[in-house]
Design a protein around this ligand. Structure first.
Ligand SMILES: Cc1cc2nc3c(=O)[nH]c(=O)nc-3n(C[C@H](O)[C@H](O)[C@H](O)COP(=O)(O)O)c2cc1C
Length: 177
């Protein structure tokens, strides 16, 4: 898809088809796109835990999401995204600057941007969910303590036409000299 169209088409979708299901192969395709994002010293600390079968989606969703996100994500596959701590933003084991591990979250965000855009490119829709139960998700996927759990991303086929959420004026967010 042409880039300008792609970034317009991508919207947060909060109602998914319960009939059309996402496949393991589609998840692999969008994860491969996420891998192409730039990362700190190419450290690639993002990690992905994916529930694709109906049984696993139900199990992970019910323990890991609050009711409103669970309802909005119904019918979609779920991807728990994490990053390995203490690598991105670090040099010889020490934080390179004041942001420290926040660079790990930065890299994961970049990777996840590629992920959601690739999903849109192949006709899928997504919802990034920052409100989730990280302890339950850690247990459900046996996620190591050296990883920080960030967003859960729902991936499915839209069953609604989401409205465009307005953006701030450019001069509110940017200074160009
Ligand atoms: C880090 C992050 C966390 C978010 N968490 C949630 C969430 O828990 N539930 C939800 O419904 N939307 C969540 N969103 C979606 C935003 O509300 C949405 O991206 C924003 O309103 C802009 O709409 P758009 O994605 O359609 O352009 C999250 C988005 C981001 C980037």
């Amino acid at each position: 898809m042409e880039f300008n169209e792609l970034i317009q088409v991508r919207r947060s979708v909060r109602k998914y088809s319960t009939e059309k299901k996402v496949t393991k192969e589609q998840i692999e395709e969008i994860l491969k796109a996420a891998q192409l994002a730039p990362t700190w010293a190419n450290s690639q600390t993002g990690r992905y835990y994916c529930a694709v079968t109906e049984e696993e989606i139900k199990r992970i969703g019910e323990i890991g999401l609050p009711e409103f996100n669970l309802n909005n994500a119904k019918g979609a596959a779920l991807i728990v995204t994490t990053f390995v701590k203490g690598i991105a933003g670090f040099r010889e084991g020490n934080p390179a600057n004041e942001l420290g591990d926040e660079w790990g979250a930065y890299d994961l965000g970049l990777q996840n941007a590629y992920l959601v855009l690739k999903a849109a490119d192949i006709g899928l829709d997504t919802l990034i969910m920052g409100i989730r139960n990280s302890d339950a998700l850690r247990e459900a996927f046996s996620i190591s303590e050296d990883e920080e759990i960030a967003a859960v991303i729902a991936v499915g086929y839209r069953d609604q036409e989401p409205a465009f959420r307005p953006r701030k004026e450019l001069d509110e967010i940017a200074k160009i000299i």
